[in-house]
Structures are given as C-alpha cells and as structure tokens.
Design a protein around this ligand. Structure first.
Ligand code: FAQ
Length: 314
C-alpha cells in the first residue's frame, strides 16, 4: 500500500517530538484513542466535583470553605478545557455527555468512593490531585497539541489543589487524638483507590503499547504509579501516618518503595460500573445536565441573536 503525504507528515511530527494539530492528517486510531482518553479525562474532572462539593457547606472555617469552593470550580474549568480539546477532534460536547450518561465513556474509578469525613477533603487534594499531577506532568509532552497545552494550565492549578489538601492534613496531624485518628482512617480508605487511578499493570494495559508509540502516553501506568508511590510514602510518614499495606518495603538496591498486591477485582468492578457510588454519581450528573438545559438554550439563543445582529450590520 502506498504511503500518503499525510501519513509521512504525521510520522515526521511524532518522530521529531513536535505537536500534531487539529488540521493535520492523523490515523483514525490516533483520533479515536485521543477522543476516548481526553473525554474520559474531562468527565473525571466534572464527576470529580461531586465528592468534594459534598463538603463545601461543612468546611470548618471560612478560609477552608473559600479554598474548597475555588478548588471545585477549578475542576469544572479543567473539564471545559478538556472538552474543548476533544472537540477539535470532531466530537461535540453534547455527544460526549450522552456517551457518559449512557455508560459508553468512562470517568476515573476514584470518584466512586464516598467522602465520609472532613479529612477526606485533605486526602483527595493530596492523594487524588497528587496522582493526577504525576500523570498530567507527563501528559504535558503528549503529541496532540491542544491536549498538551490544556495540561500546562491544569498542572499549575492541580499543584495548588495538592497543597491545599496537604495543608488540611497537616492541621489535623497537629490536632487532637480524634483528629489524628480521622486523618489515618481517611488515608486507609483512599490509599489503594489512589494507586488504581494509574490503570492496570502494564502487562494488562491494552492501550499502552500503541499510545506510547504515538506518544499520546509518554510514560507507562506502572512507571507513573511507582513515581507516585516514591514521592507519597515519605509524605504520609511526615504526617505521622502509615499507609495501609503490610508489604510496603523500601528497597535499598533499587531506591524504590515496593508495595503489596493491588485488588484488581475491586478496580475492574468499579470501572465496569459496579463500584460503591457509580450509579449515584451518574444519576446526579444526568440530573444536573437536565436541570441546566434552560441555561444552554438561553446561551445559544443569545449567541444566535448576536450573530443575526452582526450579519445585519455587516
Ligand atoms: N478509571 O489500557 P489502559 C483528576 C480503563 S483527573 C477508570 O491502561 P489507557 C483531577 C481504560 O480507560 C483523573 N477506567 O488505558 C481531579 C481502559 O478502558 P477502555 C483522570 C480506567 O487509557 C482531582 C482500560 O481501563 N485522569 O483526578 C482507569 O491507556 C480531584 C484499560 O486501561 C485522566 O483521565 C481508571 N483509573 O490508560 C478532579 C488522565 N484506568 O477505555 C476532581 C488521562 C484505566 O479501553 C477532583 N488518562 N481505565 O475501555 C490517562 O492517562 C489514561 O487514560 C489512563 C488509562 C492512565 C487513566
């Protein structure tokens, strides 16, 4: 089969570590993989607002409340950048919403766990945003231009999220015995789900080889997870806490922390929609979408009116 100019150009861009842009020719599989990953990423940002929004009214001080509101709003903004990036690939925002609501596109497994205490606000910022940052720093070098550029802004904001989370946990670690117990309980519940955020082991990750070849993913799931474990375990110890893994060991030969077995049955159950809160999260999301229909209609009507008036004056 003859290679087209578009195919040659695409491979040149990938080989030279340059960005593929929306108008460049790209293989169908490249486009589909990006739509799948970016939409999943966007949906995670939006569904990810639910566990934290749940605690805004119960934040212990005005300062904590303001910070949490800002953080949750940032997540909405991240969703919007990412939906815009996905739209450049030829899918509309409405289509992505429908696919999410129908269970045909995913969102991160982590957002199917309940937030049971104020300490969970700290743990989400530290562990969940922390995991997101490790992944997204690598994605700043992804080969698709609009996705890479969205990541740069998102990473800056995620750093603030991680710090606000750790600041909540530091305060608790210096508090009463009850507060320290609440902190440890929170880490015990979120540690393993946070490690699952990086996806299955490389040996079971169907998409990784092709995504690495296309430079959509720059680092594999297991490599990112290890980076995260190495940076996070000392932070847990600094809080005077442990991570809930009896097999956790520091390997002096490799310089890395090694962990016990991840419960992949729990992971796949959650990914397939049978986690603790999957149904509740989607029901809430669909309701918000339906309740917001009038806003979308009003916004579109206004844009339509503006366009008509502009055409009249042109
Ligand atoms: N949850 O072959 P792989 C955040 C699926 S942002 C659910 O390894 P891939 C900010 C995967 O889709 C968090 N499903 O897949 C925040 C695939 O199924 P498919 C979101 C998962 O794509 C903080 C199958 O398993 N970040 O938290 C998960 O090469 C606080 C096989 O897996 C991103 O989305 C999972 N954890 O690698 C917001 C980052 N893991 O689609 C609010 C961008 C895997 O073939 C509050 N995404 N699956 O049917 C990625 O980097 C990649 O998509 C991976 C998965 C690494 C998630």
């Amino acid at each position: 089969m003859q290679t087209t100019a578009g195919e040659i150009r695409f491979q040149e861009l990938i080989d030279a570590d340059e960005k593929v842009e929306p108008r460049d020719w790209m293989p169908d599989g490249y486009r589909k993989t990006l739509i799948r990953q970016i939409a999943q990423h966007a949906h995670s940002e939006v569904i990810g607002m639910q566990p934290e929004a749940n605690w805004i009214t119960r934040a212990p001080t005005l300062q904590r409340k303001m910070t949490l509101i800002a953080k949750v709003q940032d997540e909405a903004g991240h969703g919007l950048y990412l939906y815009s990036a996905a739209e450049t690939l030829g899918i509309s925002r409405d289509e992505m919403q429908q696919l999410l609501h129908d269970g045909k596109q995913k969102y991160s497994s982590i957002f199917n766990y309940p937030t049971l205490s104020w300490a969970d606000m700290g743990t989400i910022g530290w562990l969940v945003d922390g995991a997101a940052i490790v992944n997204q720093i690598a994605l700043q070098r992804t080969s698709y231009g609009p996705y890479a550029r969205a990541m740069v802004k998102i990473c800056k904001e995620e750093s603030f999220h991680a710090r606000q989370g750790y600041s909540i946990l530091l305060a608790l670690s210096r508090g009463t015995e009850e507060q320290r117990a609440m902190l440890q309980d929170s880490i015990d519940r979120w540690w393993w789900p946070a490690l699952m955020m990086f996806g299955p082991h490389d040996s079971d990750s169907a998409n990784t080889p092709q995504s690495i070849e296309w430079k959509i993913k720059r680092v594999t799931n297991d490599e990112l997870r290890q980076l995260y474990i190495d940076q996070t375990v000392p932070q847990a110890h600094y809080l005077g806490c442990t991570v809930p893994d009896p097999d956790l060991r520091f390997d002096v030969d490799t310089g890395h922390w090694s962990i016990g077995l991840i419960d992949w049955d729990e992971f796949w159950d959650t990914v397939k929609g049978n986690g603790r809160l999957n149904r509740e999260r989607i029901t809430h999301k669909v309701k918000a979408w339906d309740d917001g229909a009038w806003v979308r209609e009003a916004a579109t009507a206004y844009a339509h009116k503006q366009r008509t008036e502009l055409e009249k004056t042109a």
